[in-house]
Design a protein around this ligand. Sequence first.
Ligand SMILES: [Zn+2]
Length: 386
Amino acid sequence: MFGRRRPLMRLLGFEIRFDLTWLIIVALIVFSLSAGYFPAAYEDLPTSTYIWMGVLGASGLFISIILHELAHSVVGRHMGMTFHGITLFAFGGAAELEEEPPTPRVEFWMTIAGPATSIVLAILFYVAGMLLVWMGTPAPIVAVISYLVVINVLLAAFNLLPAFPLDGGRILRAALWAWRGDVLWATRIATFVGGGLGLALVLLGIVSAFYGNLIGGMWWFLIGLFIRAGASMSYQRLLARHLLAGVPVRRLMKGEPLSVSPSLTVADLVEDYLLGRSMKYVPVVAEGSFVGQVGVEEVRRIPAGERSSRLVGDILTPADALNTVSPDAEAGAALEQMERAGRNCLFVVAAGRLVGVVTRKDVLQYLSVARELQPPSGRAAAHPAE
Ligand SMILES: [Zn+2]
């Protein structure tokens, strides 16, 4: 869902990262605050003051977003959930869950913590603003504080829209889930509403662009698309996890994989395996133990002239927790591991020995058959956003 993310800081044990799209938004918000919002609301201040107001306002906005996401993460962690950290991106922030909440109760409390924090922030900024006015603080500072009151109210309100994957949609799902005890059905309804709201925002964007509000219109259009994609992806992911529950990697892997020894020369590897058998990568096994992988990517770094004198053992990528999986692991977990690591295959290793290879294609193929075997109502709803 995100491009390459860069670390920003660590807070309360969570890593806060940003996607490159976020930098564009930071610049855009500083610009629109200092050239549009503040000059329109408070006339006749020096340009440098407007710029400072813009920078302070944008900083306050992002701190508010981080605190909102941090609230989800802290409450979630308290209830036993694992997070990958918080990512800031074009449309705000996201606290990335490792897995879906186990019960509606956990989902409800973890979710409500975000908007509740935004509302508390709005109240705190409001009280601070009143105090500053009473103390006779210069207007620009009061103006920034007032902006932060408004922005936190908007953050809470927008996130409470009952459209999955927004917070309000998660709360709706938790309620439906608690009512009927069926998480798939609850998710289907909440993502259906999410898809509908996304479509409404897309149309709103087109209409307002048509009436001259080009930037605002484009913004709603993109947020609408984002919500639709998020709704569809969340449901697909949940359905995949249900269909893959109890299916071990062992069942989907290909056993007895071809492997090479670390003492093979790189030239022979290219000739006999990569080109010879059209393989992009080969597992490397030494004395019966899996030691790593070697393939196109590793070979490309070695100049052609050196390939007959270099050995596979010198250039291989060693075995680690990202490229290996146990045969008893759930296939769903393996799929998520591949997605997280940006890989298309995992080496299946039991007690240090290579027993098979499982690819993304193997898992997706199984999923697609399992999905088609679902009753028609389940299948029709498997594409809520199409
Ligand atoms: Zn939230």
